[in-house]
Design a protein around this ligand. Structure first.
Ligand code: GLN
Length: 491
């Protein structure tokens, strides 16, 4: 039964529905594997003690002939950024190390409502701030393809869990690349939906105008299936759009006749490594063979993506993170021996001890950008550039259906390699950040491997709510190159 760990989740579901295997048995197998492998990869912060119960409920419903959802019995890993009722949710921060939410996020509710089993909460960069998973209060995550390499971030635990066969699929969140970049580094599929496609209710807020949750899976079809379950308007999140949710998993096709693929020239710079170029070129050949044509486009403001992101995202974060004050919930400093002289000291001691260095850096940057006298020069100006960037993408989508680019300049880097240089770490997101700034959907699909055997993905993006086009191109690449869903050596 060891193949089950690398079986697409749709097939696991079908086996459960056909009663070839019980959901409880599947969950038990995955939980055991998680316990065995977690000390090595550190992908999970918490394993759920309710997973078996949930699986038994699915088995009972199937036995009784009741209607079960499209994810019946599928064990999923949930990023620790999403609230799960009764199950510890930390955002990988000390400041939430004792937080047990009284409610679940809409995403988790919808997944569980569709029969999915939450097997655990995955490790991540603290408050989703990072690109390597080294900013976690619970220690770094290792890449299943190379334990000395990072899995990417901030959804590194979710990516590693899927790549190591410790979950059939996962949920990540993406504010500037945090689903696509780790999917790219770990050889799996990852989708950041259009802003407004998926409810943010119950997801710990980092930068509210950028955050979206999305699936991380072995196959494009699995990701499409999860997208169908989590997408759609939610009365609890007024930024969710009132648009129909297509049945993407049923309309996937690898025939790309009539499809125009745009290649933004700024994304094909000299900084892109030879390994990455090779994989992206193979993907290009594949889409052309599938009937698509290509056209060069231009996004001249690409270079401004990182600077404006680090003004807007940090500004929103400084405001969102103000709620962690040690009063209502989360970590509070021990005042029993040395009491706080006043309220300000109460806040600053709890926050000073509870937040890690990267989160503090972001809060300071954002507070500065929003402060009186600097607001116009930084926050407002960044917003204006953001608008221009949106116009450039709209112009590009007049000429093409889908953009195809590298996800990052190079495959996974080594643990420790970039920790001392935040700017170098930030620049890692240059190709993924604009997607969030503009609000369009983006994804990473496995394309191939580097000379040293590390996975490399290909990034696709489309105009707002055009996920279907992007998914079809991904499907064609997956079929032609067959680089996804593989098992790393030694696992
Ligand atoms: N790496 C980016 C950052 O550190 C993006 C993070 C994300 O998408 N959550 O902010």
């Amino acid at each position: 039964m060891s193949e089950i760990f690398y079986t697409p989740l749709k097939q696991i579901r079908d086996q459960i529905l056909k009663r070839d295997v019980k959901a409880r048995h599947v969950t038990e197998l995955f939980l055991t594997r998680c316990r065995d492998l977690n000390p090595k990869f550190n992908a999970y912060i918490t394993l759920s003690d309710k997973a078996l119960e949930q699986a038994e409920a699915v088995d009972k419903a199937i036995e009784k002939g009741e209607k079960v959802g499209p994810l019946a019995g599928v064990p999923l890993a949930i990023k620790d950024m999403l609230c799960t009722k009764g199950l510890k949710t930390t955002a990988a921060s000390k400041i939430l190390n004792n937080f047990i939410p009284p409610y679940s996020s809409t995403v988790v509710e919808r997944l569980e409502g569709a029969g999915a089993i939450t097997i655990g909460k995955t490790n991540m960069d603290e408050f989703a701030m990072g690109s390597s998973n080294e900013n976690s209060n619970y220690g770094p995550v290792k890449n299943p393809w190379d334990e000395s390499a990072v899995p990417g971030g901030s959804s590194g635990g979710s990516a590693a869990a899927v790549a190591a066969g410790m979950a059939a699929g996962a949920i990540g969140t993406d504010t500037g690349g945090s689903i696509r970049q780790p999917a790219n580094f770990c050889g799996i599929v990852g989708i950041k939906p259009t802003y407004g496609r998926v409810s943010r209710y119950g997801i710990i807020a980092f930068a509210s105008s950028l955050d979206q949750a999305g699936p991380m899976t072995r196959t494009v079809e699995d990701a499409a299936l999860m997208m169908e379950v989590i997408s759609g308007h939610d009365a609890k999140d007024s930024t969710t759009a009132q648009v129909p949710v297509p049945e993407w998993s049923k309309s996937l096709k690898s025939d790309l006749k009539g499809m125009k693929i745009g290649l933004p020239k700024e994304y094909f710079s000299d900084e892109v490594s030879e390994d990455t170029k090779k994989v992206v070129n193979e993907a290009l050949r594949a889409v052309k063979e599938a009937g698509a044509t290509t056209v060069e486009v231009s996004i001249p403001l690409t270079g401004y993506g990182v600077p404006i992101y680090y003004l807007i995202a940090t500004s929103e974060a400084s405001s969102n993170l103000a709620r962690y004050d040690g009063v209502r919930f989360g970590y509070r400093s021990d005042f029993s021996k040395v009491p706080a002289a006043d309220l300000e000291e109460f806040y600053s001691r709890s926050r000073g001890e509870g937040f890690g260095p990267e989160v503090k850096r972001r809060i300071m940057l954002g507070t500065y950008a929003l402060s009186s006298g600097y607001y116009d020069a930084y926050y407002r100006k960044a917003g204006q550039v953001r608008r221009l960037l949106r116009d450039e993408f709209s112009a590009a989508f007049q000429k093409c259906d889908v953009l195809l680019t590298p996800v990052t300049t190079a495959p996974a880097f080594k643990i420790g390699e970039r920790v001392s240089n935040p700017l170098q770490m930030y620049l890692n997101d240059i190709f993924t950040i604009s997607t969030n700034m503009v609000g369009i959907p983006g994804m990473s699909v496995p394309g191939g491997f580097s000379a040293s055997g590390l996975p490399i993905g290909v990034q696709l993006s489309a105009a707002h709510f055009q996920e279907e086009k992007m998914l079809n191109v991904a499907y064609a690449i997956e079929k032609a190159l067959g680089a996804g869903g593989r098992k790393p050596n030694g696992l």
